[in-house]
Design a protein around this ligand. Structure first.
Ligand code: ADP
Length: 490
């Protein structure tokens, strides 16, 4: 086992105990010294010196100093003639020299003892840090001299190998733990090295007495010693827990990937129903209107034709939405082409005209006649604007009818094009601005919270962005910004 300074010189922790024991040692030593002195034994002073040495070594620097000072005074007071005075100058010259010599010797002993004690304490502290670090990292250290098979284990190495600290380390004991399938490997890489190696790095299994397996990583080096021997120093790390965690991480990742796929499917289903709802509602509305025109006497065939053509438009739009969503789910490329966003705006406003009329909402359009083209998929951009407008309609449900107005504006920006939809509704509720575009975020009773997240996905797929903010007076503005087609080419 690695030698342990701390164990050899452990000093009692409590001050009172250390000082108390020091007093006890002096109380025993002084009568012995007095007796020896009265018998004219010349080692009487030396007995006192031993007491000082013992005090510094066993009780530390403070008690050692007290013992030194006390001893100097005792020698003067009890052992040197004239007795019972502490005046050193009452001593004859020769005795004074002896006394000074002993005084110096005692102080020197104390100084040396203190220096040694400090060194021991530093060593003990660094030993403790090392032991802590080894315990925390589950890493022990092992040293081996080949071919003598002399082995040293650190305290943590004992723990890794599952041996109690009181047994002596040996190669046999190490091999006894190695998994039978790995014995040959451990021999060749560790116990039977024949030449120095800059890096030893391998893993093997060990079997504990209760049959559990541990995965051990060995990292070290082998150096040439005097006499042609080889000294192997290595860190042995218990990787069992780390391996278990990484296996469970891999399992969680696989589960996460599965859940993500399911979520994506769920989102797809949710977005299909969300997007298809609006054209289906329009088809139903137009069909009912058509029936009413047919029931008239005489039937109003022109109006019936208009209703039917609206039904055809909405059915085509529903079909386009479905194929678009299918493309998105297949990660197919969007059908992009240079597009005038003004046309997209007018188309969408037309699609939603009936809806707006039913809800008594005025739609104001303010289009930039020099609007630059964008490179985009038309149906996807319609989707964004339909979402913005439908949300605006919802937000104005409680706005007085005379104030229900939605404005759609297109503008060129530096190298992008922006379309904004501004409503006069409730505005974005406080504290939720950062989450509006997250999937499944909704503040509506029957909302799905999917529309704006689709808008963001589409905008970002086009190299653009969507933004939302509250207006100064009332309501909110939602904006899509896309790069100009010319900027993309450049
Ligand atoms: P849904 O409409 O199903 O709630 P969206 O993703 O379209 O899902 O919208 C998410 C949330 O964003 C809405 O629930 C609402 O809180 C907020 N929001 C969207 N548009 C507006 C708007 N014009 N004014 C105020 N809040 C809005």
């Amino acid at each position: 086992m690695l030698s342990k300074v701390s164990e050899a010189v452990a000093v009692p922790k409590r001050h009172a105990v250390r000082y108390g024991l020091m007093v006890l040692v002096l109380a025993v030593t002084l009568p012995i010294a007095l007796t020896l002195n009265s018998l004219h034994v010349p080692t009487a002073f030396a007995t006192m010196l031993l007491a000082v040495m013992f005090s510094v070594w066993r009780f530390g620097i403070g008690p050692g100093l007290v013992a030194s000072v006390f001893t100097i005074f005792s020698i003067r007071f009890f052992l040197l003639e004239p007795l019972y005075t502490i005046d050193p100058f009452a001593l004859p010259d020769e005795e004074l020299h002896v006394f000074l010599l002993f005084g110096e010797a005692i102080l020197l002993l104390w100084l040396l003892g203190s220096a040694q004690r400090r060194a021991q304490e530093k060593l003990r502290a660094s030993e403790a840090y090392l032991a802590d670090a080894q315990a925390l990292s589950q890493t022990g250290s092992v040293r081996l001299i080949v071919p003598d098979a002399e082995v040293f284990w650190s305290a943590q190495a004992y723990r890794v190998l599952g041996y109690s600290n009181d047994i002596s380390p040996s190669v046999q004991r190490m091999i006894a733990r190695v998994h039978p399938g790995d014995v040959a490997l451990v021999h060749s890489r560790f116990f039977q090295l024949t030449e120095p190696a800059k890096r030893i790095d391998f893993e093997h299994r060990i079997v504990m007495p209760d049959g559990t397996l541990k995965q051990i990583a060995v990292l070290g080096k082998a150096e040439l010693e005097r006499g042609g021997k080889i000294r192997v120093s290595a860190a042995v790390m218990d990787m069992t827990e780390a391996k278990r965690i990484s296996a469970s991480l891999r399992k969680s990742q696989a589960e996460l990937a599965h859940v993500t796929r399911l979520t994506a499917m769920g989102e797809l289903v949710a977005s299909i129903s969300h997007e298809i709802n609006q054209p289906l509602a329009a088809i139903k509305l137009n069909a009912e209107t058509g029936v009413r025109w047919l029931d008239r006497e005489p039937p109003q065939l022109d109006d019936v034709r208009l209703s039917l053509s609206r039904i055809i438009d909405n059915a085509a739009r529903a079909g386009a939405l479905i194929s678009n969503l299918r493309n998105m789910s297949k990660k197919a490329e969007a059908q992009t082409r240079p597009l005038d966003l003004n046309h997209v705006v007018t188309d969408v406003v037309q699609i939603l005209q009936r809806e707006a009329q039913d809800k008594n909402i005025r739609c104001m359009i303010d289009l930039d006649s020099n609007l630059k083209l964008v490179e985009a998929d038309e149906v996807q951009l319609q989707q964004i604007l339909v979402n913005f407008l439908m949300n605006g309609f919802d937000a104005m449900a409680t706005t007085p009818e005379s104030e229900r107005q939605i404005s759609i504006r297109s503008r060129n920006c530096e190298d992008s094009v922006a379309v904004e939809v501004r409503d006069a509704g409730l505005g974005i509720p406080e504290g939720v601005a950062g989450r509006l575009f997250d999937a499944f975020f909704t503040t509506k009773l029957h909302g799905m919270g999917i529309g704006l997240s689709i808008c963001r996905t589409i905008a970002e797929a086009h190299g653009g962005k969507v933004e939302a903010f509250n207006n100064e007076d009332r309501g909110a503005t939602f904006r899509i910004v896309l790069p100009q087609a010319s900027a993309l080419v450049a």
